[in-house]
Write a protein that binds this ligand. Structure first.
Ligand code: AMP
Ligand code: MG
Length: 407
């Protein structure tokens, strides 16, 4: 019995558990998720320092008509300076520690040096141009939350707090097997009735894009021995993805061979188009996704089910793509009984997000996906949608309308 989209999601996510954590050098952790909250072990900045090149002063000395003696120069990274005496100032550079007694910095361009004496025409307030200790992040404050994705800003904050290593869930190793007698590796000549294996590369790239590590097992033919031999090569992987050979065809043997290896099948078939003949189960406790062979179906099922599963295993907090509402530009008909994923081109028209079909929706036509920046999720029970109707859409990445999208 086919499961619903929501049931498939639950069964998958319930059976995919977090991988172990490890400490990694900051740059090697780009794109991975923090495995624990980060609490600042010290103030950032660690001491009051100047935000400008200028003069460190006592605000109360800077009254109209007063002049100050200039004593010393404080450089970034320099030694601590003596306190600023009344009616005095010290030259100070950006990032240098504010000396005791001083409570403001006057930028060079707002001060006038006449001979040995400094006058400041404008008003000076306590705290002007000083970066106060702890104003960025205070010691003991939660700086980053567990599950956050480590990008340039997060890694910058960790480095600023003095961390050289960061604890993350390790990257999932994902074995990928293409199956089918008709398949040939790209670059090899094609005989009649053969096709280039595109799924290994599309799925491998999708695995890399979520921050996991693909292991391409190549192509198995549609026979028991070949499938068995290839599936055994996945033993060291955390997750196995197969494509094709999972429908009702004469030589669709993937599930049978997985069964012989002892997998626990959790479902076969999802009420979904494209992606209906998908199977999911556990082999030695590890998730196995058996995806349909059609290139569009394989990638769509990856996007909806494998991607969130891998992100969960790698400790991410946000594992699902954002859902928005958009207005259909064209009417759409579908058969009831399956949730349809319609590849669309989402555009901003005035205040409205509108959805155009990205092209031919057949599940063998991958090139339509080149035009798509989102998918419309057309509910299972419906069969007709009028132009102008609002539907739920899922972004496939960041939504950046191109200039010609703005009509
Ligand atoms: P199947 O699921 O085995 O019935 O395959 C469905 C369709 O997907 C067939 O037209 C296959 O030739 C095609 N197909 C299967 N695997 C791949 C692959 N790795 N790369 C490109 N096309 C594939
Ligand atoms: Mg096949």
């Amino acid at each position: 019995m086919a499961v619903s989209f929501a049931e498939a999601r639950c069964l998958i996510l319930d059976n995919c558990v977090s991988l172990e954590t490890e400490d990694r050098p900051l740059l090697d952790a780009l794109g991975q998720a923090l495995s624990q909250d980060v609490v600042a072990s010290r103030d950032l900045p660690l001491w009051d320092n100047s935000a400008m090149d200028g003069y460190a002063v006592r605000a109360k000395d800077c009254v109209s008509g007063a002049t100050l003696a200039v004593t010393g120069c404080i450089l970034a990274g320099g030694q601590p300076e003596p306190a600023i005496a009344p009616d005095s100032a010290a030259r100070i550079m950006t990032g240098a520690p504010v000396p005791p007694g001083a409570d403001a910095v006057v930028p060079f361009e707002l001060a006038e040096l006449k001979g040995e004496r400094l006058s400041i025409p404008g008003k000076v307030c306590k705290g002007d141009h000083i970066r106060a200790r702890g104003e960025d992040v205070g010691a003991g404050q939660a700086a980053l939350a567990s599950g956050s994705v480590l990008g340039p800003v997060e890694l910058g904050v960790l480095a600023a707090l003095g961390q050289s290593l960061v604890s993350v869930h390790r990257q999932a190793r994902v074995a990928i097997l293409s199956t089918g007698d008709e398949l040939v590796a790209p670059g090899q000549p094609l005989a009649a009735s053969q096709v280039s294996d595109s799924n290994s590369f599309a799925l491998g790239a999708a695995v890399k894009a979520v921050g996991a590590v693909p292991q391409l097992l190549g192509i198995a033919s549609d026979d028991r021995e070949s499938l068995m031999g290839s599936l055994l090569k996945a033993a060291g992987a955390d997750v196995l993805i197969t494509s094709a050979g999972v429908s009702a065809g004469e030589r669709d043997l993937v599930r049978e061979v997985l069964c012989e290896l002892g997998w626990q099948e959790l479902f076969w078939k999802i009420q979904l188009k494209p992606g209906y003949p998908t199977a999911f189960g556990l082999l030695n406790g590890r998730p196995v996704f058996s995806l349909p062979g059609n290139p569009v179906s394989a990638l769509m099922v990856f996007e909806q089910f494998v991607r969130p599963a891998l992100l969960k295993m790698m400790g991410h907090r946000n594992i699902l793509r954002p859902l928005l509402k958009a207005v259909l530009k064209e009417s759409v008909r579908k058969k009831p009984g399956r949730l349809n994923l319609l590849r669309i081109r989402l555009c901003q028209e005035g205040q409205q997000l509108v959805a155009y079909s990205a092209g031919d929706q057949k599940s063998g036509i991958l090139s339509t996906s080149l035009q798509a920046n989102a998918v419309a999720m057309l509910p299972m029970e419906r069969h007709e949608f009028a132009a102008g109707e609002e539907v739920e859409v899922q972004l496939l990445g960041a939504f950046l309308p191109e200039p010609n999208d703005q009509i």
